[in-house]
Design a protein. Structure first.
Lengths: 102, 346, 171
């Protein structure tokens, strides 16, 4: 079992990020799209913490703190918009919202 | 080295096993204590038939629960339905893992160096407890959802909304203690509470933070869904809330989770505010945990006493109290503590 | 020992993330994401970032995912993906382009990372001091004080915005 190096963490983070991106591109359900965005944010957090450990600073953990907070705010507003959309059209498929008129 | 395994590892494993079983025995003792104390408050005998003075009653309860039929409603999601009580019980036990319950001891010379008496000793212990308590919400929410029944869903939603609302006051009240102690590790906080002022008042944070203690206990009672905050699972209101559709072992797991959560809140309150394992007269080395046990059971008795004395809050009164009264009180407490700490230069 | 924990946690993380993206039932997706957050917190602890790990669990798992769960439960989200759309994942149309783009992106990232010279992580435990919460607090309130205050305003704005957006229009 090879020891994990910085590269392994960065590679893991890249894999996670591409999984999240694939989710945003391919899924047709708004909630799953939001969850994939959270996966992407987590990949970025992992990069910050891994590089943080490599350089011996704590700035990475502080940035992660802010990223998590901003993700919370974004999830709240995103879900509120989702609820408003769902109330209008009874569907969570982003392709259903094709008309500019409400 | 015994059998090639270091002594420390053996002791750690033994401590983990002992803590695990001690929690389960605490739950059983609480079952008995609750019914007996309830009986005494209501001027009747509690259980007295099974065993001497009814002491075997918890055993009878457990046997009954094990032998009941395991039911599942028709449209219930199988995986989530059975995962919910497991999640609740796991979170309840895991939160207790980082609570220290005794001073450093060498177990009467079995070990070379004294070790801390806790299942796991972490630097950020208090944050771990808070984190795992916030995971306990999922068991409730899942149970409400997966039961495919409207009483369960309503009870689950209300219960989880209550739990996350009171988590804020819970966290802020122990933030004030962290400021006074200067450490996030529970062991460090207890160590700061040794010693006396004027020779007879112990150095507990209860005397420095009386309001913080009240806020903590109130929020803790609300977190564990106990009276007077048990509207979501009250029998007269919502049949039984989120655990309506559960029977036999799944219900026993919810029951266990509730009692272990009570024990965790009491243990944290003891460590934070009541001085942990420091007592009026020092016990011989290796027995300090007896004081800890005494204090935890005092708080648990208070819990049970409250349940059978106070009427329960209605749900909207409960939420209003949590957001409009308890949270501002906790914030003001934190600010005043911060001001005093800076002014006094502690 | 470190290596084994890393590979196990990484495996759990990747598998649960793939299942989050691929799962039909949004309820299961939310729970799989919680599992992946827990694995990620384990990785943070391994990287000596216990504060970030606990913040992740308290905020992400304890609050954000509960929000997602409430929305999924209250909206009674349907488990199937498309309303009348063909289910072929790689059929013609936006899905095929999406799949191709994701694959290209993944390959590009992997190539870029593999070229970096392999750098071992300096072993800081049991030697150099590990950053404590105290250090983080000092840095947070000195160097990042403005960001901290701005974040609090952001949260207030998000809270008000979410309430305004989600309430029923009283006509």
């Amino acid at each position: 079992m090879p020891e994990p190096t910085l590269n392994s963490y960065l590679l893991l983070s890249a894999v996670l990020f591409s999984i999240g991106t694939a989710g945003v591109f391919l899924r047709r359900n708004l909630i799953t799209i939001l969850l994939s965005v959270e996966v992407m944010l987590n990949a970025v957090n992992l990069t910050f913490i891994a590089v943080d450990r490599y350089r011996g600073t704590v700035d990475g953990q502080i940035i992660v703190f802010f990223v998590i907070t901003v993700a919370a705010a974004e999830a709240a507003v995103g879900l509120a918009i989702l609820i408003a959309l769902f109330r209008h059209k009874e569907s969570l498929n982003p392709d259903a919202f094709t008309s500019l008129k409400w | 080295m015994i059998f090639g395994i270091s002594r420390e590892l053996i002791v750690h494993l033994v401590i983990i096993v002992v803590v695990f079983f001690a929690l389960q025995i605490t739950a059983a003792v609480l079952v008995y204590m609750e019914r007996k104390v309830a009986g005494l408050i209501q001027e009747r005998y509690g259980p007295y038939l099974v065993g001497p003075k009814g002491l075997m009653q918890p055993l009878a309860d457990i046997l009954k629960l094990i032998m009941k039929e395991e039911l599942r409603p028709k449209g219930a999601d199988v995986i989530l339905f059975y995962a919910a009580p497991v999640l609740s019980a796991t979170a309840a036990f895991a939160a207790f893992a980082v609570i220290p319950f005794g001073a450093d001891t060498t177990f009467f010379g079995f070990l070379d160096h004294p070790i801390h008496l806790a299942a796991a000793d972490v630097n950020v212990g208090l944050l771990v407890i808070f984190a795992i308590s916030s995971m306990g919400v999922y068991g409730v929410v899942l149970a409400g959802w997966a039961s495919n029944s409207k009483y369960s869903l309503l009870g689950g939603l209300r219960s989880s909304a209550q739990m996350i609302s009171y988590e804020l006051a819970y966290g802020l009240s122990f933030a004030a203690v962290i400021m006074l102690a200067g450490s996030l590790s529970l062991r460090g906080i207890v160590d700061q509470q040794s010693g006396y002022w004027f020779g007879f008042i112990p150095h507990w944070y209860l005397f420095l933070q009386p309001i913080g203690f009240l806020i903590f206990l109130t929020a803790g009672v609300a977190e564990t869904n106990r009276a007077p905050f048990d509207f979501p699972e009250a029998e007269q209101e919502l049949v039984a809330g989120y655990h309506t559709e559960y029977s036999s072992m799944s219900f026993a797991l919810f029951f266990l989770a509730e009692y272990v959560n009570m024990a965790t809140v009491s243990a944290v309150a003891t460590d934070l505010f009541l001085g942990g394992w420091h007592g009026p007269f020092p016990l011989p080395d290796g027995f300090e945990w007896i004081w800890f046990l005494v204090k935890v059971f005092a708080i648990l008795f208070f819990y049970i006493w409250m349940r059978w004395t106070l009427p329960r809050y209605r749900y909207d009164q409960l939420m209003e109290f949590g957001w409009k009264w308890l949270l501002p009180a906790a914030v003001v407490n934190l600010l005043v503590t911060a001001g005093v700490v800076i002014y006094m230069g502690w | 020992m470190d290596a084994i924990t890393f590979w196990i946690l990484a495996a759990i993380l990747v598998v649960s993330s793939v299942l989050v993206v691929g799962q039909r039932n949004p309820m299961y997706s939310v729970f799989l994401l919680i599992v992946s957050f827990a694995a990620l917190a384990g990785l943070y602890i391994q990287l000596d970032a216990s504060f970030a790990a606990m913040i992740q669990i308290i905020v992400y798992v304890g609050a954000i995912m509960v929000l997602f769960l409430f929305v999924v439960m209250l909206l009674n989200v349907p488990t199937d993906d498309a309303g009348g759309e063909p289910r072929r994942m790689f059929g013609a149309g936006p899905r095929r382009i999406g799949a191709v783009l994701s694959a290209v992106f993944a390959i590009e990232l992997a190539l870029a990372l593999v070229r970096v010279v392999s750098t071992p992580l300096p072993s800081s435990d049991r030697g150099a001091p590990v950053a404590t919460v105290y250090d983080i607090g000092v840095k947070l309130f000195r160097d990042y004080a403005f960001a901290f205050e701005a974040t609090s305003v952001l949260i207030l704005v998000a809270m008000v915005g979410a309430i305004v957006l989600a309430r029923k229009e009283a006509r």
